[in-house]
Design a protein around this ligand. Structure first.
Ligand code: FAD
Length: 467
């Protein structure tokens, strides 16, 4: 690589705040809400035009699809997202329109319908854009959209501020505590925090999502009923979830491959995650592209363009080979591709495969997560009450004193990532980071030295289950 030398320049300070959260996905939203609710000045900065991260940019509303009758849940802001969405008609009861009694019985037996109610609803990802705005405004958080964090201002082991770029130019935001919820650990990276990133051919795939309208939902559901898919069809299970119902769809794409309409080596296998009375399925999670580094702008560009091409193939296959899709139309493509894995910080503690599979318990717990592992070909669902505690150590990076990291980039080994990347866990680490940042400011101590018992007390008051 060749370089140019930029002239030194003065950068205007846009504003100052107590807690600065970078990235407005599930983790960043939770972090900002939690900090603001502890009474400190909080600012939430997001590079795109709406908050929500993968929820709103990649149209993933299945924040709680893991939930079965016996699942022990985290509580806190994750549950709040679901409740508020339901109250604002911002979620979809995916099982609500099923009329077939046998299918309802199956779902009841599996613990996905309890006393006539579904164990989860799917967020309407368009409405969630507004819900996130409202939550941010109601909590008196200062929002900043269309603004990307590109660098940090370091003094010894402390980040004094973050450099941003936007239509207003290059500006600095000064802060006492920083929470990196960028998904890719951008701030940790710029601060020199040690991190790991698997070689790109080992990283989880990236995905361009799409939605369709014009579907005959009744016909489609009958097809699903007659051709049921189970969790065992797409991953190595622990046995108990092997035959559990799931919204996995692969037959139409395989038929298109046999007919030579989709190249055989292209990975298209979709989860359809909702449907509406208006004849829509607004989220197909089905284009899986590997060998992409989500921190490389060339790779991101290639994947967006290739992904959209594959979406059109997929829609044609749906129309041709899926009952109910004859008159379907492509209606939406995610505003951005969705990333599952990139940089992971090296933290004070590295959560492990063993921890997430064996109900680990930690004295510095900031919350719990049901035993839910989805990734690297493994699919373990929390059909029982098993859960692990989430230790504070995985959000505390090495070296920098006033930085916390939340969301999918927290510290941990390969398989644990298949658990900590789930939105429910990202929200737990976000809420923990927000509260810890606030407590550390009030007590005037570094993030590493914060009193865990005070953090736990505050989290409990915010409705989080700690043990
Ligand atoms: C296709 C797909 C399907 C998935 N399905 C599910 C599912 O069904 N259920 C589930 O629980 N999980 C699912 N996941 C995983 C889950 O959605 C993510 O792991 C989770 O959203 C990560 O949350 P986050 O807040 O850490 O990051 P993100 O959701 O990625 O949010 C990061 C935010 O930071 C912003 N940002 C990034 N860099 C900067 C910067 N430098 N400056 C300012 N802003 C920045 C981004 O624009 C984004 O809004 C899925 C993931 C993908 C990709």
């Amino acid at each position: 690589m060749t370089f140019i030398e930029e002239p030194s320049r003065k950068t205007p300070i846009l504003t100052e705040t107590d807690v600065l959260v970078l990235g407005g996905g599930p983790a960043g939203l939770a972090a900002a809400l939690a900090a603001a609710r502890e009474g400190v000045d909080t600012m939430l900065v997001e590079r795109y035009g709406c908050f929500g991260g993968v929820i709103t940019q990649a149209m993933i509303g299945t924040i709680a699809w893991y939930r079965y009758a016996n699942t022990v849940d985290a509580g806190g802001i994750g549950l709040e997202f679901e409740t508020i969405a339901k109250n604002m008609e911002g979620s979809i009861n995916i099982f609500g329109n099923i009329k077939n009694k046998d299918m309802i019985k199956t779902l009841e037996q599996e613990g996905l319908i309890v006393n006539g109610e579904p164990t989860y609803e799917v967020l309407d990802t368009e409405v969630f854009k507004h819900i996130a705005d409202k939550l941010v405004q109601d909590a008196n958080i200062t929002p900043l959209l269309h603004c990307t964090a590109v660098d940090v201002i370091m003094e010894d082991q402390t980040i004094k501020g973050v450099i941003t770029e936007s239509k207003s130019g290059r500006q600095a935001i000064m802060a006492k505590r920083i929470i990196d919820a960028t998904g890719d650990a951008d701030i940790a990276f710029h601060s020199g925090v040690p991190f790991r990133k698997s070689p790109k051919n080992d990283l989880m795939e990236v995905t361009v999502n799409w939605g369709c309208s014009g579907i005959n939902i009744g016909k489609f559901l009958m097809y699903v009923y007659l051709n049921p898919s189970s969790i065992g069809d797409w991953g190595e299970t622990s046995g108990k979830e092997e035959s559990s119902f799931t919204t996995y769809l692969v037959e139409p794409f395989n038929k298109a491959k046999v007919a030579g309409e989709i190249p055989k080596d292209v990975d298209i296998e979709s989860f359809w995650t909702n449907y509406t009375d208006a004849g829509e399925i607004t989220s197909f999670n089905g284009i899986h592209m590997t060998n992409i580094d989500p921190t490389d702008v060339w790779d991101l560009t290639k994947a967006e363009i290739e992904g959209r091409k594959r979406v059109l193939w997929a829609v044609e296959a749906l129309k041709k080979y899926t009952p109910g899709f004859k008159k379907a139309r492509l209606r939406s493509i995610g505003a951005s591709l969705g990333t599952r894995e990139s940089r992971k910080i090296l933290g004070e503690y590295e959560i492990t495969d063993h921890d997430v599979r064996n109900q680990a318990r930690f004295e510095d717990s900031i919350g719990i997560c049901p035993e839910f592992i989805d990734g690297y070909g493994i699919a373990i669902m929390p059909t029982t009450g098993r859960y692990f505690q989430v230790p504070y150590g995985i959000i505390v990076p090495q070296k920098v004193e006033n930085l916390l990291v939340a969301g999918r980039c927290v510290a941990g080994d390969k398989i644990s990532h298949a658990a900590t990347r789930q939105m429910c866990c990202c929200i737990v680490t976000g809420q923990g980071a927000g509260v810890a940042a606030a407590v550390s400011i009030k007590d005037n101590v570094s993030c590493m030295q914060v009193s865990i018992s005070k953090v736990q007390e505050a989290l409990k008051k915010q409705g989080v289950r700690i043990d």
